[in-house]
Write a protein of this length. Structure first.
Length: 300
């Protein structure tokens, strides 16, 4: 069985005559007829009724035809992927993203990549604290979106552009706050559990940031879990503002106003790439698109 024979089967079944099928396939009528008969002989099945002017599929032929359509679709996918890779496009690109970043901001850019390069797989790695930059440093990611604390040092190794400003807020649920009617200082929360994100990078593994000495803590590795625990009143901590806007508006969460606490943190997010690594076409398009966001941010 050959792919060419399945194409003949499909074309004859859809057009009904050998002549129109041969014209469509740019083959002689005899070649198409021979291809169909060889396929029938190989399968041991009569695929077409030939009594009338138009050729129609037999019951068995209809079943074979349906399977042939599936196989031919896969053939088209293979041909498309081969053309994509032969053009130098990446099979996979990886974007490492800080867990506090609002991905909704770049959804239009990701959709653009999806539409223009449907055969490139995009891996989005959500990392915590220094994890995104470390993934880039270890060449486990093509690009990274992260908070950068020291742009001077980072500029020595990476190309980076500021693309967005965000914030994280220290919050707690009313259930927890009801236990502290006169809450004003961090020390009063020492025996409550602070829910802390663990860094996914080696540089911050085992470190706790913004935690007072003697503070009870629970550790998680994603913000969805952290938010769930804080909403339940089991603890308090900082969460990205974009993740909790609805809960703040409804009163399910309250921002903490502690005289000695870091209640509100501004975050500047950068897009980074290794200065000495050449990006492929797809990663380059994503970098260029994100660079346009940086121009808008600078304009603001």
């Amino acid at each position: 069985m050959k792919i060419e024979q399945l194409k003949m089967l499909k074309t004859v079944a859809e057009l009904g005559t050998l002549k129109t099928a041969s014209d469509t396939l740019f083959k002689t009528q005899a070649a198409v007829s021979k291809g169909i008969k060889q396929l029938e002989s190989q399968l041991g099945i009569e695929l077409f009724n030939r009594q009338g002017y138009r050729m129609s599929l037999t019951v068995q032929g209809q079943q074979i035809y349906q399977l042939a359509l599936v196989l031919l679709d896969k053939v088209l996918e293979i041909e498309s992927l081969s053309q994509h890779l032969n053009a130098g496009n990446e099979a996979v690109i990886t974007l490492a993203v800080n867990g506090t970043f609002d991905l909704a901001i770049i959804l239009p850019l990701l959709e653009k990549i999806q539409n223009e390069y449907p055969d490139t797989q995009v891996v989005i790695r959500q990392e915590q604290i220094t994890g995104a930059i470390e993934a880039l440093e270890k060449e486990q990611a093509d690009l990274a979106i992260s908070v950068v604390l020291n742009e001077t040092i980072m500029n020595q190794k990476y190309d980076l552009l500021n693309i967005h400003k965000g914030s994280v807020l220290s919050v707690a649920a009313p259930k927890l706050l009801d236990r502290h009617p006169n809450l004003s200082k961090v020390r009063q929360l020492e025996k409550e559990y602070q829910i802390v994100i663990q860094g996914s990078g080696n540089q911050t593994k085992g470190q706790a940031f913004g935690v007072q000495t003697g503070q009870r803590c629970w550790y998680v590795n994603d913000f969805a879990t952290k938010k769930m625990l804080i909403l339940s009143g089991m603890g308090w901590g900082s969460l990205p503002k974009h993740l909790i806007k609805q809960e703040l508006d409804s009163g399910q969460l309250k921002q903490l106003e502690l005289v000695d606490g870091n209640n509100y943190q501004h975050l500047n997010y950068c897009i980074l790439k290794n200065r000495n690594k050449l990006l492929g076409p797809v990663a380059s398009l994503l970098w260029q698109s994100l660079s346009q966001m940086a121009e808008i941010t600078d304009g603001d």
